[in-house]
Design a protein around this ligand. Structure first.
Ligand SMILES: Cc1cc2nc3c(=O)[nH]c(=O)nc-3n(C[C@H](O)[C@H](O)[C@H](O)COP(=O)(O)O)c2cc1C
Length: 318
């Protein structure tokens, strides 16, 4: 599974010369030395059992290759190579597979063994891994933004974020979310309501009462479905909406737009729901996502370092 980093053979096959021989790769073809090292390891269907010495990518390539290999451990047609590429999530056409087959079949005997295939595949996989690493950096680098510049954020950015949000996993395809972009007029009403509610509260955590809500350039209220007679379903829907919100925030972050998920007592009131047009017999507010350009740039926000590391939270059972 490649996700975003799915390699495309049309990228890999850059130029096909008139005689249909492959003359250049966007991903460099395996260097002689890489190829030699891998060959020295004698990786072949016959000689290599799945082992810890193979990376997951290599093990998977071997598993798929074996499905198509004949008894002599060879792939004897570019149609089979095409099926292998599809199974490994490499985007390719049959024509591209034909070209690749001829390129990899160095001795032109019309057969490919795993040694022929693996060095090329590893190069493609390594290139895809670089994309995965940058995607993971994006995720780890996201910060909650506290101070926003005033520049409004266009609907196109919002719509892409919602597109990412609705791609989130969700129980029984219930798609329990709704996103409501809120404009300045409504935000002023939120702020007034917030002040009056906080005045009536005995304690005040002070977290948002000091903040001028009207200065936040983008507001999106997110709701989840409620199921008064099915607490489990309601909780599953809530989890799904949480996934959607994370996708939403990451989409914005990927475009240089910061976000802050805010909750708070005002969001639980009927008045707030009424201001948003939320029918509380079928849905409830999960949060407001503030969004905008971070004052001073995204890097001003100190990473809120996690107290726990991977080793503290990940365990393995046999
Ligand atoms: C469900 C949820 C509700 C949150 N509500 C608030 C909030 O009301 N006020 C606030 O300042 N931050 C709120 N946050 C943001 C967290 O404070 C923030 O994610 C946390 O400090 C970690 O910082 P980071 O997002 O930069 O990693 C909320 C986050 C989540 C997931």
């Amino acid at each position: 599974m490649w996700g975003l980093s799915r390699p495309s053979l049309s990228l890999i096959v850059a130029v096909v010369a008139q005689n249909a021989a492959l003359t250049a790769f966007a991903f460099a073809p395996p260097s002689a030395s890489t190829s030699r090292v891998l060959r020295q390891q004698s990786l072949s269907v016959q000689s290599v059992a799945l082992s810890d010495s193979l990376s997951s990518v290599e093990q998977h390539a071997l598993e798929v290759f074996e499905k198509f290999a004949t008894e002599s451990s060879d792939i004897s047609s570019s149609e089979d190579l095409y099926e292998i590429l599809c199974s490994l999530d490499v985007e390719a056409t049959q024509d591209e597979a034909d070209v690749l087959f001829r390129y990899l079949d160095e001795d032109a005997d019309g057969a490919l063994n795993f040694d022929d295939f693996l060095p090329w595949y590893k190069e493609a996989a390594d290139a895809a891994t670089a994309v995965a690493e940058s995607f993971q950096s994006l995720l780890v680098g996201r910060r909650t933004i506290e101070q926003f510049d005033r520049t409004p954020i266009g609907n196109d950015v919002l719509e892409r974020a919602v597109q990412c949000a609705i791609a989130a996993p969700n129980r029984s395809m219930s798609e329990p979310w709704r996103f409501i972009r809120v404009g300045p007029e409504t935000i002023s009403k939120f702020a007034e309501l917030n002040l009056s509610i906080r005045k009536n509260m005995e304690t005040d955590d002070g977290s948002s009462s000091v903040y001028d809500w009207t200065t936040v350039p983008g507001w999106c209220v997110v709701t989840t479905k409620i199921s008064p007679n099915d607490a489990d379903a309601e909780q599953e829907d809530f989890k799904s909406v949480s996934c959607a919100i994370q996708n939403f925030m990451l989409s914005m972050w990927s475009e240089g737009v910061g976000t802050k998920w805010t909750s708070g007592p005002v969001q639980k009131t009927q008045e707030f729901a009424d201001l948003c047009g939320v029918d509380t017999s079928i849905e409830r507010v999960v949060g407001c996502i503030w969004f905008g350009y971070a004052t001073g740039g995204g890097n001003y926000a100190d990473p809120r370092r996690r107290r726990k590391e991977v080793k503290d939270v990940l365990s393995h059972l046999p």
